[in-house]
Design a protein. Structure first.
Lengths: 328, 433, 283
């Protein structure tokens, strides 16, 4: 009702005007001035309150994530090896040169990308299946929705130990005669299995929320128009699911790219299974080479930023929370 | 109990847009005023300004003579019923209704007593301990009313309170709202976009368009004597038929033929300097089948009916006249508001209400008569009703006016708009008289 | 509303859905039961390679870890650090989320972008600077040393989830409260806060789970059992001899830290699902 677009025919007084006197040009300017002043007073108060309420969170995030990032960038330009504390000095981009010319680093990058792509792919497939079951199951829907949360609730390290002992010779019920955690291929497969198992529910929940937004009537209409279940999924559900799908993919891709816990517990990076986070950790905590470690951190940060940028720009994934809907 | 005055009230947004323009209205104590108009006409903005939820850009709002412009809503002693009801979901019905009293630090025993009284009046007694989510739409609406009633405020503001109910409940609740208001005698300002509610509820109706008051008056007066083409088209269902017309020396020519203009109307048009191109308006009930009006003066023509709807007590029949329809900004706006803009097609659609004796059917042709003394003649440019004074005089002659006569006039309006009979007494559990 | 699937419901289809349900149950429970099974096996049959502890059960491993101060200390650390972090993140998150959901102010987009950035931040990138800074100001290997990064990385989650919940509160209620005679504070206390509470509670669970799950910071920003949480402590468990992997105690510890979260999740399943999905999709 109170839509600001409500305007009055400027061509003159409307038909049947009750009031004899109109609003003259002088009053009009004054009215606009009053309205503007009130609005700007209100806006100012609102702005001040908004800033005040956000300030604590912003300060914490800036101090704990922003400042250290700057610090890390600075350190990455220095020789900073805790084993040689007297040899600290500014060395420009040497650390980056060292890293980028190291086959170990590139190997870790490829391993990380491999784990990311493969695990996100399986998460998507199984997550979609789980989402469909959770959304559509005729029987036991509550049971499925509850049980599916279990992997989400379990600490990654705990699940990783479970998989490790399952595949370790001696304890393992899945180990058989071989020792799958001692060769690269099977180790990677197990790492991916652990990662996928833990994160299917998260993927499924996001997709299920998207499924809930697909109007049931649309599917009924399509069924009446003769679309098979498969056609309905491809031509109606999937396109309408796209926003939810992209958000889920973005979150999971970035998360998978940072994989650390599972590798640490399952192989500790042995058999050439180190991810970029893993070798960075080893350089920092194991090797105490803060310069190299920091440079690696910065490189990971850049890669993550590139992935996010690609998702948002290329696929049009909406950054969640970026609208201001729901106000009023 | 209070008198509410809006004195040259203006609502202007910072971007310069005017939502309400020079609004003048004095609402008498105990009066039931309806603000009606299409979406975006400024009626809700006006209500919110009275409530204090939106500020007044210019002009003055007085309640019982005291200027209220800058008084906080909570200190205005006004209760409001929202379209969405705005019930507090975490409180029971009793807690919802008692909330305003609790805030006013009324003691518990009194709160309970007042809540119980209101609950009884609204037939909510057995639901007092339930949460709003467990109530039906009609019950929620009554709780919202109850919350307004318990504190005995100076005035009620109602923002389309019935629009979320289904058609049948709406009719029931309409009667109930009217009864409650009459019992309590609380000054009420009621916003709606539904002209039927406007016609049946109010002592006076304020029709708004684009932020400007078009006409203020008793429902029957608005129906009989609309001031302009907008009010004429907005009030009444089925709505008035509009035809382009040519006035030439006492005769009016339309797609229905050329007829003599009754003297009164001719004088009215001439005194306003009208003539030439005009738009005439005829209400559906001012048509009748020719043979039932043998010898009665009026216009006559032959029509072939496209659709005939027999309602039992009436027959609604529709036919199409060749030629192009009346063109007016106001009419286009009305059509857009009711979503009928695309339905025009070629020709002029005319709807008539006939006596059941007419015995017409789809596709049949019959001679129709229309009452030329009930014609409304609108200026083509300004849309003003040139025959307003004549219509007003004849309306006043046939109706006893004034707030006390609301029931009579509401009943007449209800019958006139063709949904009478739906809101029968049996539907209203509160009827005590 | 009847769904399309329900319209086509036949006994055969029902059976098919049961099969799907069972597949989900198996998927979710296999590693869980396996871990419990390992924790209950006796030292003698822990290496039998059987899925279930058919060779005999004992609570020896549980008794062992609760006797060991390394574990009990870690458990206290985990609970204390995660609870405090959750409380702080919620407090800050409620303020910011309210502002984002309700107010219009310049910099709001920036604020959203910033929390998104932090949510996507590679945690590993902060290890070194945090290590250096915490050592410098003397909070390395202390509770605050972990609470600070936990709060930071829980904030985006808290802000998103809470602002989604806040948006669901019909603000017309606030207007209604005003008309009913409430001051702004009363409107907040009597109307908005009670309605926001379930959302805050759900967010608390999600934030707690995310802190509880952390491993990297617990591993890198501690050096003794003073602040080491259970996930990190587990990887430092040692057996009687260096060569003996303490499978029993590790799995027992795993079960112990899993139970509280599992109970929370199962009890509040509906709310958690709502919380996880609201923020991300409706945004």
């Amino acid at each position: 009702m109170s839509h600001p677009a409500t305007t009055v025919d400027p061509s003159g007084p409307g038909p049947g005007r009750e009031a004899g006197t109109g609003v003259g040009p002088h009053d009009e300017a004054e009215g606009i001035a009053i309205a503007r002043k009130r609005a700007s007073d209100g806006k100012k108060a609102e702005r001040r309150l908004g800033w005040m309420l956000c300030a604590p969170a912003v300060i914490v995030m800036a101090a704990v994530a922003g400042y250290p990032l700057v610090y890390a960038i600075w350190m990455s330009l220095n020789r900073a090896d805790l084993r040689l504390p007297d040899d600290n000095q500014f060395i420009g981009f040497s650390n980056y040169v060292t890293i980028l010319s190291s086959p170990i680093w590139w190997h870790a990058v490829w391993i990380t990308l491999l784990i990311t792509v493969v695990s996100v792919f399986f998460e998507l497939v199984f997550g979609m299946l789980l989402a469909l079951v959770m959304h559509r199951a005729l029987v036991g829907r509550g049971l499925v929705r509850t049980v599916a949360l279990i992997p989400y609730a379990i600490v990654t390290v705990v699940a990783a130990f479970s998989w490790r002992y399952a595949f370790e010779q001696g304890t393992g019920w899945l180990a058989g005669d071989s020792a799958p955690l001692t060769s690269q291929g099977s180790s990677l497969a197990i790492i991916i299995l652990a990662e996928v198992w833990k994160t299917i529910p998260f993927m499924a929940l996001l997709l299920m929320a998207g499924l809930a937004l697909v109007p049931e009537d649309l599917l009924k209409a399509a069924a009446m128009d003769g679309a098979s279940p498969w056609q309905r999924f491809w031509t109606i559900t999937l396109p309408m699911l796209k926003p939810a799908l992209l958000v889920a993919l973005l979150f999971r891709t970035l998360d998978a790219f940072r994989i650390f816990d599972n590798i640490f517990v399952l192989t500790a990076g042995n058999n050439d299974t180190s991810s970029v986070s893993m070798i960075t950790y080893n350089n920092l905590i194991g090797g105490l080479n803060l310069g190299i470690g920091s440079a690696m951190s910065v490189l990971i940060f850049v890669m993550v930023a590139i992935i996010a940028f690609l998702f948002i720009k290329l696929f049009g994934a909406a950054a969640p929370g970026s609208d201001s809907g729901g106000r009023k | 109990m209070a008198e509410i005055e809006l004195d040259h009230v203006v609502k202007r947004y910072p971007d310069g847009a005017l939502a309400v323009q020079d609004f003048n209205l004095t609402i008498a104590d105990k009066e039931f005023i309806i603000l009606v108009g299409p979406s975006g006409c400024g009626k809700s903005t006006t209500l919110n300004m009275v409530a204090g939820l939106e500020d007044i850009t210019q002009g003055e709002l007085r309640i019982d003579g005291k200027v209220m412009n800058t008084v906080a809503p909570k200190d205005r002693d006004i209760a409001m019923v929202f379209q969405s009801y705005a019930l507090y979901p975490h409180m029971t019905v009793a807690e919802n209704m008692g909330f305003p009293l609790r805030l006013a630090k009324v003691d518990k025993a009194t709160i309970r007593q007042k809540v119980e009284e209101a609950a009884e009046m609204l037939e909510l007694t057995q639901h007092l301990d339930r949460k709003p989510s467990n109530l039906s739409g009609g019950q929620r609406q009554r709780v919202a009313m109850g919350r307004a009633i318990v504190r005995s405020p100076k005035a009620f503001l109602m923002d389309e309170p019935l629009s979320n109910l289904d058609a049948k409940l709406r009719v029931q609740m309409r009667t109930q709202v009217s009864r409650i208001q009459k019992t309590l005698g609380t000054t009420t300002l009621y916003v709606t976009h539904d002209q039927t509610e406007a016609m049946t509820l109010g002592d006076r109706v304020v029709v708004m368009r684009a932020g400007i008051i078009q006409q203020v008056g008793a429902p029957q007066e608005l129906y009989d004597a609309p001031k302009n083409i907008f009010v004429a088209g907005f009030i009444g269902s089925p709505s008035m038929n509009f035809l382009p017309a040519q006035i030439n020396g006492g005769q009016v020519t339309t797609a229905l033929g050329t007829v003599d203009l009754p003297d009164e109307l001719r004088r009215a048009v001439e005194s306003r300097g009208g003539g030439g191109e005009v738009i005439i308006g005829i209400r559906p009930e001012h048509f009748e089948i020719g043979r039932l009006k043998e010898g009665v003066p009026g216009g006559r023509f032959n029509a072939t009916f496209d659709i005939v709807e027999s309602m039992g007590s009436d027959i609604f029949a529709y036919f199409t006249l060749s030629g192009s329809g009346a063109k007016s900004k106001e009419l286009e706006e009305l059509a857009a508001d009711t979503g009928q803009e695309s339905l025009g097609g070629d020709g002029i659609q005319v709807g008539v209400r006939l006596d059941p004796e007419a015995r017409v059917s789809d596709g049949s042709t019959a001679e129709l008569w229309y009452d030329t003394s009930k014609l409304h003649i609108f200026d083509l440019k300004s849309g003003e009703n040139l025959t307003h004074e004549v219509a007003k005089a004849s309306s006043a002659a046939s109706t006893v006016d004034g707030p006390g006569a609301r029931n009579a006039s509401a009943a007449a309006a209800s019958a006139a708009v063709g949904d009478g009979g739906a809101d029968t007494a049996g539907a209203d559990p509160l009827r005590k008289d | 509303m009847t769904t399309l699937a329900e319209l086509n419901s036949t006994p055969g289809k029902k059976a098919a859905w049961w099969v799907a349900d069972i597949a989900v149950v198996i998927y979710a429970l296999i590693p869980v039961i396996w871990t419990i099974s390992l924790s209950l096996k006796t030292p003698g049959n822990i290496n039998d390679g059987k899925y279930l502890p058919t060779g005999g059960m004992s609570f020896e491993s549980y008794q062992a870890i609760f006797k060991d101060t390394v574990f009990t200390r870690a458990l206290i650390n985990s609970i204390g650090i995660c609870l405090i972090s959750t409380a702080i993140a919620l407090l800050l998150g409620v303020f910011a989320a309210y502002a984002i959901a309700r107010l219009d102010f310049p910099g709001k987009k920036l604020m959203i972008m910033m929390s998104l950035l932090v949510a996507m931040f590679p945690q590993i990138a902060l290890i070194t600077p945090l290590f250096k800074i915490e050592t410098a100001i003397g909070i390395f290997d202390t509770w605050p040393g972990l609470i600070i990064p936990y709060v930071t990385f829980a904030l985006p989650l808290a802000i998103y989830t809470l602002s989604a919940f806040f948006r669901e509160i019909p603000w017309e209620l606030e207007k209604a409260a005003k008309m009913d005679g409430a001051t702004p504070f009363q409107a907040f206390k009597d109307v908005i806060a009670p309605l926001a509470l379930p959302g805050v509670f759900t967010t608390a669970i999600l934030v707690f789970i995310s802190c509880w799950n952390d491993f990297l910071y617990a591993l890198s920003l501690t050096s003794t059992s003073a602040a080491r949480t259970v996930p990190a402590a587990m990887s430092y468990f040692t057996g009687a001899t260096t060569y003996e992997v303490p499978v029993g105690p590790i799995t027992a510890a795993a079960v112990v830290i899993t139970i509280p979260v599992l109970v929370l999740v199962l009890l509040f399943q509906r709310r958690i699902v709502a919380g996880l999905t609201n923020g991300a999709v409706k945004g």
